[in-house]
Design a protein around this ligand. Structure first.
Ligand SMILES: [Zn+2]
Ligand SMILES: [Zn+2]
Length: 136
């Protein structure tokens, strides 16, 4: 699966060795890495990569809309390449494992008018908490 890389190639993203490594680290399913985790994994593949390049590339991928920032566990900001399919997150309260989930239905539509306080809704982000099979 190289979905993110394919999308970036498709839109003509300038692919230097350093930028490619950042995209490769984020590629795949159920990927939710902090900036420091991206840096550590990128440096394992390309030792000369700089922190500034990693952070700048992450910022650029977010502004392109190809990676989304999530704060699923209420702590660190994480980078999620599953940017084009709306989803929620399932988080293990013991080890922090995160899965992308698609519960079905439309949570935006499910919020009754009496609970909207006159707001126009644009997005919803839900986190399901539980204990994963490895921790149980
Ligand atoms: Zn767990
Ligand atoms: Zn996700």
């Amino acid at each position: 699966m190289s979905d993110l890389l394919e999308r970036l190639r498709g839109r003509g993203w300038r692919m230097t060795a350093q930028r490619r490594v950042v995209a490769e680290v984020l590629d795949g399913e159920h990927v939710h890495l902090t900036a420091d985790e991206v840096l550590a994994r990128a440096a394992a593949r390309l030792p000369e990569i700089s922190r500034a390049t990693v952070y700048n590339t992450l910022g650029e991928l977010v502004s392109l809309g190809e990676v989304v920032e999530v704060t699923t566990d209420g702590r660190a900001k994480r980078y999620d390449p599953n940017a084009h399919r709306p989803h929620h997150h399932l988080v293990c309260s013991r080890c922090g494992a995160i899965r992308d989930v698609h519960p079905g239905g439309d949570p935006l539509a499910d919020l009754p008018a009496s609970e909207r306080f006159g707001f126009t809704l644009s997005a919803v982000e839900m986190t399901y908490w539980g204990v994963c099979p490895d921790c149980r």
